[in-house]
Design a protein around this ligand. Structure first.
Ligand SMILES: [Zn+2]
Length: 128
């Protein structure tokens, strides 16, 4: 209920100390946009859920990025160099494609089925 009151009022953002973080984030986002439009220091997004470089959609109101494939918000971003270093990616790590994502989903599904089968097998054995 009171959540609404806590939201920073955009009209007094510069005066309100508590919302300085929001200002910084906006500034940061603006810089990101400017930088990502230049090819030399491009910003990359890494989805922790898909475990790969991904394309994202920014939340229209919040400072949140959503992976275009899995729609998770577990997205990290940074310069190409920092993302590669942090997630130990190959120098020529390719961007995830929809095909990669589908393949991964199929693989995970199969893994789940295998795990399920093993569990059933164990349960059948212990039931005797
Ligand atoms: Zn993802």
């Amino acid at each position: 209920m009171t959540k609404k009151d806590k939201k920073p009022d955009p009209t007094n953002m510069d005066r309100d100390e508590g919302s300085s973080v929001v200002v910084e984030e906006r500034q940061h986002l603006k810089e990101l946009r400017e930088r990502s439009s230049k090819k030399d220091s491009c910003i990359q997004f890494y989805c922790k859920e898909c475990r790969g470089l991904t394309a994202v959609t920014k939340h229209p109101k919040k400072y949140v990025f959503k992976c275009n494939f899995c729609e998770a918000k577990q997205v990290a971003f940074g310069t190409e160099a920092s993302i590669h270093k942090f997630f130990h990616l190959k120098d020529d790590e390719p961007m995830l494609t929809e095909e990669d994502y589908k393949k991964r989903m199929i693989m995970e599904e199969e893994e789940m089925k295998r795990r399920d089968a093993r569990r059933k097998e164990r349960a059948a054995r212990t039931a005797k």
